[in-house]
Ligand binder design. Sequence first.
Ligand code: GTR
Length: 421
Amino acid sequence: MKLLTCFVCAFFILSMSPLLSQTNYDESKVPSFEVPDPLTTFKGKKIKSVKKWEKARRPELLHFFENNVYGKIPKTLKIDSYNILEQDDNALNGKAKRKQVELTFKNNGKTLSYTILLYLPKNIAKAAVFLGYNFYGNHTITEDKAVLISSAWANNNESFQIENNTLTEESRGKRTNRWAVEKILEAGYGLATIYYGEVDPDKNDFSDGIHSLLYQQDQSRPKLDEWGSIAAWSWGMVRALDYFEKDPDVDASKVISFGHSRLGKTSLWAAATDKRFAGVISNNSGCGGATMSKRKFGETLAVINDRFPHWFCDNFNEYNENEEALPVDQHQLLALIAPRPLYVASAEEDQWADPRGEFLSAHYATQVYHLYDMEGIETMEMPKVNEPIHNTVSYHIRTGKHDVTDYDWENYIRWANAFVK
Ligand code: GTR
């Protein structure tokens, strides 16, 4: 078995190497390209007002991303029921209210449930909330023993002691470093998190997760223009927002979608598709998230679609090694979030995610914020590390690697205080 695993790994590395060896980390080798204009329609009409943006341009961009990048959701599916599995008004040594709420969905004779872990500040009647997925289960974000362990499929991870694709007690608290729960609560915000594998297991298998509830008869995988996993996870965030509208402890008009890496791609797409999100944070989201595909710096479309064929819709493959043909770029995804506050964050050592591309994307999206008389990333000069630019559109690049740190959270809270709350 070990030999087979080695063989499979070697084959994987060898088959990837031509693409990976082409990875460009040299700014002087970034191709020159025309930045698709958020304010000119596909037919060439100039957009000069909020009205025209909202009526003509925004819908056509959203439509393009839906059909060619993330994939569209075949039909609406509402929460069938929700169940408060557990609640404690004196959690975290009396500092917070904790709730664990299971949402259940039913269709095609199938059922899917996922659990939101909510921590809320005790002294606030209706709290603004950061909502974001976690990678390895709700119980990894805290040492809190009361947090339930998901039975959903999980990626094995040696350092988290996750074996047999099963989450266990061993990994409780392993990811506390990424979740500044105390800081968030002290600042008067709630935190809501969901294990993303409960909505759709992160593997190239479309027989499981939410996809399977929405197939037509005899369908076993999404059509070319239908949702991949990122759109499925985004859908899960949107349904969580539906629940918050029913929860008297949450201010559903002040929910900020947050995500790191693949889940940052997800938080962006969730907020692009649902205007109820009051703000968005993209933490090191990189390729297919905040960064500009046409720069081909670090991870490229061919690489991401090859390694993670289930993340985007199949139509997106058309642009593998063919970024020139894309009539859009990711700054236009960011523009779909306007006029809501947006925070794009990079890390200095995370060149794979192309920090400069993330920065420029925030800059190019800013022109849409100007239509609403809001400020964003006005300059084309990248700020120094650890010198954030805070506006309705904010950006920072911090020292360190691909991760979520206290520094990131401190800045998200400052920005949320100024622009969301
Ligand atoms: C990487 C992938 C990135 C990013 C990251 C993550 O392997 O290439 O696009 O999404 O995973 O989610 O941690």
